[in-house]
Write a protein that binds this ligand. Structure first.
Ligand code: PEP
Length: 254
């Protein structure tokens, strides 16, 4: 972490928490989150709880993100949600390209190349997820995979907006498995992602925030978040518990 890059922690609740459960979480989380140091905090509930979370987070440091969006504003796209719909609710960020969407819902780099600039144009902070499978890591293809995803997904982003993207490096083998990347693995991969941004623009590479995601919990957060290129965390399982997510946010805060 360099002083110019403000740390960020984001909660990815995936398909968890009803409206009522989301409200209970926020009632516990918001007052404590306001006591944290310098750290941006984003909570990404399912679509159905977005409005509740925005309402309960109003006036606090907690920002709200969606877990996906469609790049068109409206149309015949059954089951999809558009940028104007998110903006109307007060949503400020959006996770894009999570590995579960890539794996189970055929999210493609071509679609992400449209979604990332669309989010930026609307003032939503895109949290773009990239990462390799276990087989790819074992075959020493991690860098190839990261290069392919970062280059393709950011291809249509103007250089002037590159630093407004948040990138989350999430090794797929570490998501929800309890297996965390070692500090060396995480630092190497994230340093590589930063260098890829640097291939487009050196200033953007220094400014862009890159998170680590994959079984982050209160016991490993301080070590991972203390690494020089890691600017925060995207947190799944541990973010479902207010006390655990607060402990991670506290480890990220300066
Ligand atoms: C995620 O879903 O982005 C994630 C990192 O999950 P977990 O923290 O549960 O591994």
């Amino acid at each position: 972490m360099t002083p110019e890059r403000r740390p960020l922690v984001a909660a990815n609740w995936k398909m968890n928490k009803t409206n009522a459960e989301a409200g209970e979480f926020l009632d516990e989380f918001v007052p404590a989150a306001d006591e944290l140091g310098e750290v941006d905090v984003v909570v990404c509930p399912p679509y159905t709880a977005l409005e509740t979370v925005v309402e309960r987070a109003r006036g606090s440091r907690v920002r709200v993100g969606a877990q996906n969006m469609h790049e068109e504003d409206a149309g015949a796209f059954t089951g999809e949600v558009s940028v104007p719909m998110l903006l109307e609710l007060g949503v400020e960020a959006v996770i894009l390209g999570h590995s579960e969407r890539r794996q189970h819902f055929a999210e493609s780099d071509a679609a992400l190349a449209r979604k990332v600039p669309r989010a930026l144009a609307a003032g939503l902070v895109p949290i773009l997820c990239v990462g390799e499978t276990e087989d790819e890591r074992e075959a020493e293809e991690t860098e190839r995979k990261l290069r392919q995803q970062v280059q393709a997904d950011l291809a249509a982003v103007d250089v002037g907006q590159l630093a407004d993207v948040v990138i989350a490096y999430e090794p797929i083998w570490a998501i929800g498995t309890g297996k965390t990347a070692t500090p060396d693995q995480a630092q190497a991969a994230i340093g590589f992602v930063r260098a890829l941004v640097g291939d487009r623009d050196a200033g953007a590479a220094q400014a862009v925030r890159i998170l680590y995601g994959g079984s982050v919990d209160p016991s490993n957060a301080a070590e991972l978040l203390g690494l020089p290129d890691i600017d925060g965390a995207l947190v799944g399982g541990a973010s479902l518990h207010a006390d655990r997510f607060l402990a991670i946010a506290a480890a990220a805060g300066t």
